[in-house]
Write a protein of this length. Structure first.
Length: 286
């Protein structure tokens, strides 16, 4: 079973999606399940995890509604106000929605001190009670503070989005590579092979531009803690869906069949505890 562990849906409005700047003007429109489904069928992807793209409970509910309507949307990583005094009550309400599998706050848009706030960390500490994971979205310069964050929660499952957005267009490996190696020493942290083409030169990137970054996370996290993710539709400003699937398949082609299956679905299914299409029960979380 192949899983895309990271994609988005939205109904576009300039006010709510101000982060979509001019270089990404092509994705200033709606992206809905009907737009993605043909690409999944063409590339042999069976299920997806829909990830929040704006920080509102309204969007979290909407994504869960979409997941209820489409069995191939196997899970949702939504937004919850983790720094709120009402986090517990909100999680109690959302716990009734079985396809909520994780939570994400857009830390790349916050000062580093946000990750050190007691109220934010108190919210993260509640997630295990509801078997919820946490997606870490940071820039490469924020990795040292992100390491401190995950160290405060050694029993909480974390996954790093977009390999922490290294400076691929500038061909800079350090200090990103050293910090990724340090982060990967934490066994409760996984990593998504996603969001890399939009950190490269949109129109001129090559596989060789990506190679040192992909090889680094393969070495550090290994095939047991890596998940394929498309970051669709954001990826489309630099790559077609099929091209990115092909890039990851080529980079993992020399791994064993079991290792490839883990990266392309097994790890995501276990990490998020997904009930995959055609399955009668959820995959047990690792």
């Amino acid at each position: 079973m192949r899983v895309d562990a990271h994609q988005h849906f939205w109904r576009y409005s300039e006010e709510e999606y101000g982060w979509i700047g001019d270089p990404m003007a092509a994705i200033r429109r709606d992206f809905l399940p009907g737009d993605l489904r043909p690409m999944l069928l063409d590339t042999g992807i069976d299920a997806t995890v829909a990830v929040q793209a704006r920080q509102s409970l309204e969007e979290t509910d909407w994504l869960l509604d979409l997941a209820d309507a489409h069995d191939w949307i196997a899970g949702v990583v939504g937004w919850v106000p983790l720094a709120s005094s009402r986090t517990h009550e909100t999680l109690e309400e959302l716990a009734a929605r079985p396809k909520l599998k994780g939570v994400r706050h857009v830390l790349q848009g916050e000062p580093d001190e946000y990750m050190q706030r007691d109220d934010f960390n108190a919210g993260i500490a509640l997630l295990r009670r509801y078997s919820l994971t946490y997606d870490v979205l940071v820039l490469e310069r924020q990795l040292p503070v992100a390491i401190q964050l995950v160290d405060r929660h050694p029993e909480q499952p974390f996954v790093l989005d977009h390999v922490a957005k290294p400076l691929i267009a500038a061909h800079e490996l350090e200090p990103w590579r050293t910090q990724i190696r340090e982060l990967a020493r934490r066994p409760h942290v996984a990593c998504k092979l996603s969001g890399m083409v939009t950190e490269a030169a949109f129109d001129t990137w090559t596989v060789e531009d990506l190679r040192p970054y992909i090889e680094t996370v393969l070495e550090c996290f290994g095939p047991g803690r890596l998940m394929f993710g498309s970051d669709w539709p954001v990826c489309t400003v630099a790559s077609s869906y099929a091209r990115w699937v092909g890039v990851v398949r080529d980079f993992t082609a020399e791994l064993t069949e079991d290792e490839q299956e883990s990266i392309f679905g097994g790890n995501a299914a276990r990490f998020y505890g997904l009930q995959l299409p055609g399955s009668s029960r959820e995959v047990e979380q690792a």
